[in-house]
Design a binder for this molecule. Structure first.
Ligand SMILES: NC(=O)c1ccc[n+]([C@@H]2O[C@H](COP(=O)([O-])OP(=O)(O)OC[C@H]3O[C@@H](n4cnc5c(N)ncnc54)[C@H](O)[C@@H]3O)[C@@H](O)[C@H]2O)c1
Ligand SMILES: [Zn+2]
Ligand SMILES: [Zn+2]
Length: 380
């Protein structure tokens, strides 16, 4: 089959790989109809050598049609239309039965780590080749899938249930945004834009979107109707945001992560001796602009230790830091209902729908935020 594979730093290419097969009686194989590129794939694009081998199939936001099921698959049937969550969830461990599927005890056989498995993130993360491909092997098929009810909803409406819609929802719930709050969302990428929408939906009085890319800032203002702040225009963005919110926001949600950009570049010099990958500038900004006793939600991904992390700032201002991979599986049915009842429209962020064969160009465009790109869907 054809699949997007990691070929080295900043090289994602469509190559021919062997078709996936059923390995366990609880597996299924799906034929992919749509699959998205995520900010998390950009971390692999830049730092893939940390977790991937050459030729590894990437992608964790797929959906499609079930073509084959293992003997012990009960709920899902051949022909079903399914969205596959990025968390691989066994469905019966403590974490899977308590809405914490991203920490499933049984989906990551790597003995060196203690967290759940993920599609498209190499052996470290359980060795599950990803979903930017024509076919995908889905382990724990009954629980690592959402069967789309019969409807006229196109793939574009339901695909983001695989990750960014529930991730943004969870980010807002996990950080306990409440009516009247001031919320700063760092990043107006796909995750940030949805977090801005959901923060407003939860009753936040003031939502401030922070980015430096003109078309994304504009999207925040026009489509999400929130205040905007271009961090490149400030010498000290954290300080400026704290002033703008009269002492800081109740909640700051970092939807940027390690591949964010810094307004002033000093961190690289400081970190030459540490194992840090990428930057922690967004997280530092978040800690600076949150209110005393406020909450910083770290949704953006950071994949390495960081030597100059401002632990003292957290401590001295009683800041709560929450983080992690979003547990998305239990949120899919509820968010599907919201989409099918037109409570919100996840297609607003789609700027490009391209054939899978164009993946290499699509990655470059997403990384450069070129051609007004926000979210790209690939179709095999
Ligand atoms: N925790 C989870 O479960 C989970 C799930 C999905 C995605 N993510 C992570 O969420 C993050 C966002 O994903 P995305 O798809 O929206 O990616 P994206 O790269 O498209 O969006 C990031 C945005 O942040 C902006 N940005 C860069 N530096 C910044 C800074 N210093 N301050 C403010 N904004 C800055 C960029 O211009 C960009 O628009 C990524 O780190 C991704 O890995 C986490
Ligand atoms: Zn994703
Ligand atoms: Zn489990």
């Amino acid at each position: 089959m054809r699949a997007v594979t990691w070929q080295g730093k900043e090289k994602m290419e469509v190559t021919t790989v062997s078709d996936p097969i059923i390995q366990e009686p609880t597996d299924m194989i799906i034929q992919i109809t749509a699959t998205a590129i995520c900010g998390s794939d950009l971390h692999l694009y830049h730092h893939g050598s940390a977790v991937l081998e050459k030729d590894y199939v990437v992608g964790h936001e797929p959906m499609g049609i079930v073509v084959e099921t293992g003997k012990e698959v009960k709920k899902v049937k051949k022909g079903d239309r399914v969205v596959i969550p990025f968390n691989i969830s066994c469905g019966h461990c403590h974490f899977c039965t308590h809405d914490m599927e991203s920490q499933c005890d049984n989906s990551n056989p790597n003995p060196d780590v203690d967290y759940g498995g993920l599609f498209g993130f190499g052996k470290v993360n359980g060795n599950y080749p990803g979903g930017q491909a024509e076919y995908l092997r889905v382990p724990f098929a009954d629980t690592s899938s959402f069967v789309v009810p019969e409807s006229n909803l196109p793939d574009e409406k339901v695909l983001f249930l695989s990750d960014i819609v529930p991730t943004a929802w969870w980010s807002v719930e996990n950080s306990q945004v409440k009516p009247g709050d001031t919320v700063i969302v760092l990043g107006s990428g796909p995750v940030g834009l949805l977090a801005q929408k959901f923060a407003k939906m939860k009753g936040a009085e003031r939502v401030i979107a922070v980015d430096c890319i003109a078309h994304r800032i504009e999207h925040s203002a026009k489509t999400e109707g929130v205040e905007t702040f271009n961090f490149m225009e400030a010498d000290k963005p954290g300080k400026a945001l704290k002033e703008l919110t009269n002492g800081g926001a109740d909640v700051v949600i970092d939807c940027v992560g390690m591949d964010g950009v810094e307004s002033k570049t000093s961190e690289k010099l400081l970190n030459t001796l540490s194992p840090q990958m990428g930057t922690i500038a967004p997280l530092k900004t978040a800690i600076e602009c949150v209110k005393k006793f406020g909450t910083v939600q770290m949704t953006g991904v950071y994949l390495s230790p960081a030597a100059f992390f401002p632990l003292n700032e957290l401590f001295s201002r009683n800041v709560v830091l929450k983080s992690g991979q979003a547990p998305v599986v239990h949120l899919m049915p509820k968010l599907y209902d919201m989409i099918s009842n037109d409570v919100f429209d996840p297609t607003e962020i789609i700027t490009h729908v391209l054939p899978l064969e164009k993946a290499s160009e699509a990655y470059q465009m997403f990384d450069e935020k070129a051609d007004h790109n926000i979210k790209t869907i690939l179709k095999p």
